[in-house]
Design a protein around this ligand. Structure first.
Ligand code: GH3
Ligand code: MG
Ligand code: MG
Ligand code: MG
Length: 319
C-alpha cells in the first residue's frame, strides 16, 4: 500500500523487496522531542523498508535500546528537554560500541560545534537540518553497511577457517559466559591420535580434509556445544551438561569414530581420538566468583587427563 498512487519505479520496488527479504527487520530508533519530526523521519525510513521505533526523550531512548537489544542505528536530535542528544550518545557509548550500534546526530545545519560534539561523544555521523530524503537514505544505508562489514570481520576473526568451528580467540572471549547459567559444565579436550602419520601417509591436504570431516562429526554429535578448534588437531567441547551424560556421548563418539572409515579422494582413512574430560559444578553455598582463572583451571585439568589418555595407549577417555 506504500506505493499506491506513488510513482516509484519497478527497479526501486524490486530492490526494496529484495532488501526486505534479505533483512526483514533492520531496526532503527528515531529520537526527537518533536512529534512532527519523528513522524516525518519514521515515514521516510519505513518506505525504505526499515522497522522504526520512536523515542521522545533521552531516557526513553536509553530504555528502548536496553530492552530491544537489536537496534542497529539511532538518529538523534540535539535539543531535547532533559538529556541532550550529546549526553544520550555519551551514555550509550559506555555500553555499545560504534561497531554494534550506528548513531547519526541530527541538528540544525550551520552549527559546526554541535556536529563536532556529536562525533566527539561517539556518534558515527551527523546530518544537518533541513536535509533531503536522499541524503538521509545515503547516510543511513552507508552506516548500516559499515556495521555489516564489521559483523563479517568479527565473525571471520572468531572462526577457524578450515573447519568452520570457533577458534581459540572466540573460546577465550566467550567461554566464561557459559558459567553464568549456574548449571554443571563439562569440558572435553580431544586430540587426534598419530595425526602426523595421516599427513605422512596421505599428504597434508588429505590431512586437512580429515580435520574437516572430524569437525563435521563433532557438530552432528554435539549440536548444542561450544565447539572449538584449539589448534592443529586439538579440539575442545564445552557442554552445559552433567558429567555422566557428556561422558556417555563422548564414548559413543569415540567408538563410532574408531569404527568408521573416512572416505577422502578414494582413500579410506581411519582415525581415533584421545579425550580428557573435566567438570565444573556451580557452588550452591558460596557466591564464588567465576573468573578467567576458573576457566584456565578447568582447561588445565582436561589437558592433564588428555595427556593421561595418550600415555594409556590413546583412543580412550580419561577423567
Ligand atoms: P599424538 O597421538 O601423540 O597426538 O600424535 P600426533 O602425530 O597426532 O601428534 P603431533 O603433535 O606429533 O602431530 C600433530 C600433527 O598435526 C603435526 C602437524 O603437522 C599436524 N597438523 C597440525 N595442524 C594441521 C593442519 O591444519 N592440517 C594438517 N594437514 N595437519 C596439521
Ligand atoms: Mg529538539
Ligand atoms: Mg595428535
Ligand atoms: Mg596435538
Amino acid at each position: 500500500y506504500v506505493f499506491k498512487g506513488s510513482s516509484a519505479s519497478l527497479d526501486y520496488i524490486v530492490s526494496l523487496l529484495t532488501r526486505l527479504q534479505k533483512n526483514p527487520t533492520t531496526k532503527l530508533l528515531v529520537v526527537d522531542d518533536s512529534k512532527v519530526a519523528c513522524d516525518y523521519l519514521r515515514h521516510l525510513l519505513q518506505i525504505q523498508g526499515y522497522q522504526v521505533l520512536v523515542a521522545h526523550d533521552g531516557e526513553q531512548a536509553l530504555r528502548l535500546l536496553a530492552e530491544q537489544g537489536d537496534i542497529r542505528l539511532m538518529l538523534i536530535d540535539y535539543a531535547m528537554p532533559g538529556l541532550s542528544g550529546h549526553q544520550v550518545v555519551s551514555r550509550v557509548r559506555r555500553q555499545l560500541g560504534s561497531d554494534r550500534l550506528a548513531i547519526i546526530g541530527v541538528s540544525a545545519l550551520g552549527n559546526h560545534r554541535l556536529s563536532a560534539q556529536f562525533i566527539k561523544q561517539g556518534a558515527n555521523d551527523f546530518i544537518g537540518k533541513p536535509f533531503s530524503a536522499e541524503e538521509l537514505y545515503c547516510r543511513v544505508a552507508q552506516n548500516l553497511k559499515i556495521l555489516e562489514q564489521m559483523d563479517s570481520i568479527r565473525q571471520a576473526s572468531y572462526q577457524d577457517f578450515l573447519t568452520g568451528l570457533y577458534n581459540r580467540r572466540y573460546f577465550f572471549e566467550h567461554a566464561l559466559s557459559w558459567f553464568e547459567y549456574k548449571t554443571p559444565l563439562t569440558l572435553a579436550m580431544l586430540d587426534i591420535d598419530y595425526f602426523k602419520h595421516i599427513n605422512d601417509s596421505y599428504g597434508h591436504h588429505v590431512g586437512d580434509q580429515v580435520l574437516k570431516a572430524f569437525s563435521q562429526l563433532m557438530k552432528e554429535m554435539f549440536p548444542h556445544a561450544l565447539l572449538t578448534r584449539m589448534g592443529g588437531e586439538e579440539f575442545c567441547i564445552l557442554l552445559p551438561e552433567p558429567f555422566v551424560k557428556t561422558y556417555r556421548h563422548l564414548e559413543n563418539f569415540r567408538i563410532g569414530l574408531a569404527r568408521q572409515e573416512i572416505l577422502i579422494e578414494q582413500e579410506r582413512v581411519k582415525i581415533t581420538t584421545s579425550i580428557g574430560l573435566a567438570q565444573w559444578q556451580p557452588s550452591i553455598h558460596s557466591n564464588e566468583q567465576v573468573t578467567q582463572d576458573t576457566l584456565e583451571k578447568l582447561l588445565h585439568l582436561a589437558d592433564q587427563y588428555l595427556y593421561q589418555a595418550k600415555a594409556r595407549g590413546r583412543n580412550c577417555i580419561c577423567y
